[in-house]
Design a protein around this ligand. Structure first.
Ligand code: ZN
Length: 300
């Protein structure tokens, strides 16, 4: 078994991490980070992954186990989360020099974040124009240059237009990002038709959806957009998609009260989903999440 075989059969890597692993395996990306989830469906995958990494000569740093929760039920105004398993983060490199650059990034991130992001951006092969823009975009900069809607729709458009890249494009029509996206897609298509097909597959679901909270950016605890011209809501699916209740980002100019239930459609492709509102049904008063945050996993 090689890294691409593992990406194809793994149940513990999500689709985006499979794409990253294929790009790394084919050396299109010099370094990457993937999360391996260990749950009842993927028991034994940590051992298997470690074996493949060693066999292929990959230099890797595996993090500590971290527990994670998933939504188990939605009843009335209660969204109940439950522990499902643990995930392990893997930083992967082909050379000691790249591992050194990563360690340098880790040391700098708390003290000199700008310098750290420049190192990491180059390590992961992001375009120079996008790294520079990312570093520039402090809350103060964002406040000055974008309305709320402009900011979140820029992120969403970039996400949807370039599903194969893992950085925020400096602008929606960034040429370097478009070229990289094209190159990465051709690598994945060549290395694994199976993953390439599964990733681009379109599916549509008609179901009830719930508006949860919306994203915001603050300076000293105060929003940078006291008057919002748009919102980036988290929407909860009332039905399961791929076996789970999902939280989906929904950018719109329309205002919805938290807890609004609507009949809508979810159009899924790549790692994102588009949401269409058909009709408003109801408002759930006092919508809240019940999470356990159990301390499971080893401390070492
Ligand atoms: Zn760019």
């Amino acid at each position: 078994m090689n890294l691409i075989d593992f990406a194809e059969i793994s149940k513990g890597l999500d689709m985006l991490d499979k794409i990253k692993l294929i790009l790394f395996a084919s050396k299109a990306k010099p370094a990457t980070f993937v999360k391996l989830r260990i749950n009842p469906k993927s028991l034994g995958e940590k051992y298997q992954f470690d074996q493949v990494l060693k066999k292929e000569g990959v230099i890797f740093i595996a993090g500590r186990d971290k527990s994670y929760e998933v939504i188990r039920s939605i009843n009335g105004n209660r969204v109940r989360w439950e522990f499902e398993g643990v995930w392990i983060g893997y930083d992967l490199f082909w050379t000691k020099k790249d591992r050194e650059r990563f360690l340098q990034y880790s040391r700098l991130i708390g003290k000199q974040p700008k310098k750290a992001h420049l190192i990491a951006g180059r390590l992961y092969g992001y375009p120079e124009c996008c790294i520079r823009q990312y570093v520039r975009e402090t809350p103060e900069y964002i406040k000055k240059h974008y309305s709320c809607y402009e900011y979140y729709s820029k992120i969403q458009e970039g996400d949807q237009k370039y599903p194969y890249v893992f950085h925020q494009p400096c602008k929606v029509d960034c040429k370097a990002t478009a070229a990289l996206n094209k190159k990465y897609e051709s690598v994945v298509k060549k290395k694994s038709k199976k993953i390439w097909r599964a990733f681009r597959l379109k599916s549509e679901y008609a179901m009830d959806l719930i508006i949860d909270s919306y994203s915001d950016i603050t300076i000293d605890g105060k929003t940078i957009w006291p008057e919002k011209d748009g919102f980036d809501y988290a929407v909860i699916t009332k039905g399961k998609i791929d076996g789970y209740y999902q939280l989906i980002s929904f950018v719109t100019k329309r205002y919805f009260e938290r807890g609004t239930v609507f009949r809508g459609r979810v159009l899924k492709q790549y790692h994102y989903a588009k949401i269409k509102v058909d009709r408003i049904k109801d408002v759930i008063v006092g919508l809240h999440h019940e999470r356990k945050h159990p301390l499971i996993g080893r401390e070492y």
